[in-house]
Design a binder for this molecule. Structure first.
Ligand code: ZN
Length: 136
């Protein structure tokens, strides 16, 4: 069901401050950035081999990422697992008793479909299911 880890997402206060750190200090290839109004974030992407690192900056104080930064000061936010069929994956996990934050997929960056599992099911780790492609 799960193909691979697609990306590791890190919540940051300021992309303007963090992008040079990842690009120039770590030397990762900067793949661009995108605003995702549905998630109230701006996302910057870096290539780290087959996996990407995504920095999430909140768009507004009511963004879930703002709440996370306020609580934890930023840092590792979620791991994204690529699946072929997200609706099938959600159904499969729910059947196995995994509590889902999203019962229905929603739109993420790159027009992917995403759904989060509840971290209480995974020792506090927030996993995102992600199906690549168009969001319709
Ligand atoms: Zn993600």
């Amino acid at each position: 069901m799960i193909k691979k880890i697609d990306h590791i997402a890190i919540a940051v206060k300021s992309l303007a401050e963090e992008i040079p750190r990842y690009r120039d200090v770590l030397g990762l290839e900067f793949l661009g950035s995108e605003t995702v109004p549905e998630q109230k974030v701006t996302v910057a992407f870096f290539k780290a081999g087959d996996v990407s690192i995504e920095l999430l900056e909140p768009l507004s104080p009511d963004s879930p990422i703002s709440a996370f930064i306020e609580k934890k000061g930023g840092g590792l936010h979620h791991l994204s697992l690529e699946v072929d069929d997200i609706r099938e994956a959600i159904r499969g996990l729910r059947e196995k008793g995994v509590p889902m934050i999203d019962a229905e997929p929603r739109r993420g960056a790159h027009d992917a479909l995403i759904a989060f599992a509840h971290p209480k099911g995974f020792s506090g780790v927030l996993y995102e299911l992600m199906q690549k492609g168009d969001a319709r």
